[in-house]
Every structure is written in C-alpha cells, then in structure tokens.
Design a protein around this ligand. Sequence first.
Ligand code: ADP
Ligand code: MG
Length: 287
Amino acid sequence: MTTRPSTETGSMDPSTDTPVSTEQAGRFARSSVTGAKGRHVSVENLDAYYGEQHAVKSFTIEYEPNKVTAMIGPSGSGKSTMVRCINRMHEEIPGARVTGKITIDGEDLYHPSVDVTAVRHAAGMVFQKPNPFPTMSIYDNVAAGPRLTGMKGGNLKERVEKSLRGAALWDEVKDRLNQPGIGLSGGQQQRLCIARTLAVEPEVILMDEPCSALDPIATLRIEELIDELKQRYTIVIVTHNMQQAARVADSTAFMLDGELIEVGPTERIFTKPNDERTEQYVSGKFG
Ligand code: ADP
Ligand code: MG
C-alpha cells in the first residue's frame, strides 16, 4: 500500500513551543476596530485522508460569524477529522493529508507562507476530555500561550484575568490561582481549557464533544458559556447529543460516511430535514 506524503503542508512540530512572530500572528489577528466580531470560515472541497482511508469527502460549508454550528453524525462519520483540518492538526498524523481550501475571512489557512502556530492560535480547539497542563497552576495554564508570544508583567496578568472571566471561571478561582489546574472539577477544568484557548485571542473556537465527559450541571454551564462566546467568536461544536445541538446551535450540519449530507438552521434540520438520512438519524433510527 502506498500513501502519499503530506509534503504540501510540511511536517510541523505539534507543540506550540515556537513563538509566533507579530507579522505571522497579524495574518489572522482580529482588527482592534472590529474586535467584537467573529470571522467567516469557509471550507471548500475539503478531502482528508489517513493513508488510503478517505475520511472527509468533498466537504464544503460556510461557518457564519457569531454563530454556533453543530456537527452531528454517527461515530466515524468524519466530524473530528473535519474540525481538526480547520486548525491544521490533521496533518500531524503520519500518512495523513488534506486537499481543498479553508479560509478565515478570505485568508487561506493552508497557504505555504502561513505559520501553523498562528493557525492554531486563530482556531483554538477544546477537546472531549479536559486536558489542562498537569504540572501547571491555574494561572500558568492560562498564561502559557501568551508567554510564548513574549507577554509578561501586568499585561500578562490582565490577559489571564480577562480570559478566565471570558470562560466564566474567574469568580471560582481568583483566590487560588496558584493551585494546580488539575485540582479543579471536570467542568471547571473544561472552562480552564476554554480560558487557555481564549488567552491567545482566537478567531474561531472549535469544540470536539466538549461536554461528553461532564455531568449535566457542568454541561449546562458550558452551554451557557458557548452562548456568551458567540457574541465574539465563530464556534463549531461536534456533539453526539441532539438536545445539545438543539439548545446551542444556530445551524446544524449532518455528516455521514465522510460527506456533508445537509446543513441548515438547527430547527429545520430537526423538524423538516431535506434528506431522508438526516431524518432517520435525528429521529434515532441509526447512529
Ligand atoms: P467522528 O469524529 O465522526 O467519530 P472521525 O473523524 O474520528 O469520526 O473518523 C473518521 C474516519 O477516519 C473513521 O473511519 C476513523 O476510523 C478514521 N480515523 C480517525 N482517526 C484515524 C487515525 N488516526 N488513523 C486512521 N484512521 C483514522
Ligand atoms: Mg469524533
């Protein structure tokens, strides 16, 4: 079996140890004038492979600014692969490759001149299992990203507080910032991870089943937070929870076998989908 190497995109260090130069970060950085607005993410004819395995097929979608889009579909339908292409994590897997185009406000994320670290900052990812840096304090977890760009002193403190406030965690942790991040509850850890993402000033927030390891109360808290965050960001959330999609998402996209079957206003997808397969999935007939 032959697999084509992912040379077009290069092989990148998955750690974020490389500081982003101002110029590179500037490529996707939000303008201070329009700071409150989310960005438009456009995916055009995206194909993603693991070796011969074709996991995402001719995928085209528009993620609207300041909206939440839910990605639903059975396990293995390509949801995670798809969102990992948006922050260029897919190409880290040996044998994996991507073709097609993804832009943020028209800027091509896969252009050869683009710094991968800048893309990962622009499109922050929150994972299923909260993954705070295990040896770091609450403060350092949030400060880690900004520190890589050289931020320190009062600016750094401000950024940490702002990010924790943005993640609706500040009031719960402000008196114990020096304690370990992993000492927090699961729901708090997930909000800490969201704060860590906010600290590098992303344009887009990608969430891959962010609540599946959380209890219902912590889940509700994250859902409320998502609702607040969309005032400032464009949000893509993978979920296998139909109620969650119905509660948080403006639009819902249904994937099956690597393909986008349909996307539309959440209410329509759940009540009057155009495709029979969507109807069968949302009514629990398979999945
Ligand atoms: P979902 O998130 O919808 O469950 P995934 O994007 O994880 O789907 O997977 C899509 C397809 O790609 C599946 O067939 C899966 O087995 C395959 N896949 C996912 N990750 C890998 C990997 N690291 N190596 C090889 N195949 C993978
Ligand atoms: Mg997945």
